[in-house]
Design a binder for this molecule. Structure first.
Ligand code: MN
Length: 227
């Protein structure tokens, strides 16, 4: 054991359906990966190169509560399919990419939209709008060995019982194997890495007291209370 001079931080461990935990290494998130959402954010829905940003492993939060963060008055929901890797490497081919996937989870990429818009305007990085504490509510991880690989199926977010976001996984501009292949050209992917695969249109603000319900066809959904 190394002689740590302060206690080492705990490994971020996400609960798995049927028992066990998934240890998180890094969290990559893709921007504008559904055409209708690219348009609503003022972007080009065509297949321009994908772009990624990161959240921190400990931003992922399976607690079912999302504390409204400080310094924003426009916090948005983005419902996303999370992809969890069991192995990695560099220059992974599209054809072999799914071999590296352990499983999937429904998740949210919560965003301080006002701060993100300001950052975009000023050409600044996005962390303050994306990588804040508990900004990634997430449901149970579910093994691909049990649920299969998800390349189609409804993805939906309800707020207080009303559908706010709806789409289909098959509307992703960059599919899961393509995202893995692309990332592996720029990063050495590794077990524990998680990819949030983008959100369909209909993003919008939440308020304290709201109840968000995330569902993705083929996966067990989850609910989050904004507190
Ligand atoms: Mn997102």
């Amino acid at each position: 054991m190394p002689d740590f001079v302060i206690p080492p931080p705990p490994v971020v461990a996400l609960p798995v359906a049927g028992g066990g935990s998934f240890p998180v290494r890094r969290v990559f998130c893709i921007g504008r990966n559904y055409a209708a959402h690219a348009v609503e954010m003022g972007g080009d829905p065509n297949r321009e190169s994908p772009f990624f940003f990161q959240k921190n492993p400990n931003n992922l939060d399976p607690s079912g509560e999302f504390p409204y963060p400080p310094h924003s008055s426009d916090v948005h929901h983005e419902v996303e399919l999370a992809v969890a890797l069991k192995s990695g490497g560099v220059n992974i081919t599209v054809g072999r990419a799914l071999d590296h996937v352990w499983g999937y989870a429904p998740s949210l990429d919560m965003t301080r939209r006002d701060l993100q818009n300001e950052a975009k305007k000023l050409g600044r990085p996005w962390e303050i709008s994306k990588a804040f504490e508990r900004s990634g509510p997430i449901g149970l991880l579910q093994a691909a060995a049990q649920v299969g690989h998800l390349d189609r199926g409804r993805i939906e977010l309800k707020v207080n019982g009303e559908v706010r976001q709806a789409g289909d996984i098959n509307q992703m501009i960059w599919k899961v194997p393509e995202m893995i292949a692309y990332l592996s050209e720029y990063f050495e992917l590794a077990p524990g890495d998680i990819i949030l695969s983008g959100t369909p249109s209909g993003v919008g603000p939440v308020s304290r007291g709201d109840r968000m319900e995330v569902s993705i066809e083929g996966l067990q959904g989850f609910a989050v209370k904004v507190v």
